[in-house]
Design a protein around this ligand. Structure first.
Ligand SMILES: [Zn+2]
Length: 137
């Protein structure tokens, strides 16, 4: 089974509505230039934003995007297109980040990671991670 794609020639985007991808469908509805913002433009920023808040929920609320948009950004193919307002909110939120990332309320804290990094075991692990990958014989 293949994923349906956009009916526009040479467009390989996934089907969104009425036979077209989201980008082309929005152009048909609203006219004007097609948005060229993609998930790939903001995915790394969204991850950085999330890292600055104790929970994803708080980050999403602060950025002012919907959960639907958030999941789309975090899960989608990086070539998927984004609505301009969503794109702008993420860019603005990323610009407003200040200071060090907040510590998560669950899981391993940054302080714990830092403490581990100072141990012999931690340094060996880091060295292993940084070493070039060995090709299995
Ligand atoms: Zn298309």
């Amino acid at each position: 089974m293949t994923t349906p794609t956009c009916r526009y020639a040479s467009c390989t985007n996934a089907h969104y509505a009425a036979g077209a991808c989201r980008r082309h469908r929005e152009q048909e509805i609203h006219g004007g230039p097609v948005s060229t913002h993609t998930v790939g433009d903001v995915q790394h920023l969204m991850r950085r934003i999330i890292d600055h808040y104790p929970t994803a929920r708080e980050a999403i609320k602060t950025v002012g995007i919907s959960y639907e948009s958030y999941y789309r950004i975090m899960r989608s193919d990086t070539r998927a297109t984004l609505k301009t307002p969503t794109y702008r909110r993420i860019i603005a939120a990323a610009r407003n980040l200040d200071g060090a990332p907040a510590e998560k309320t669950t899981g391993i804290t940054r302080a714990e990671v830092a403490a581990y990094a100072l141990t012999t075991e931690g340094q060996a692990f880091i060295a292993e991670c940084l070493a070039p990958k060995q090709v299995a014989a």
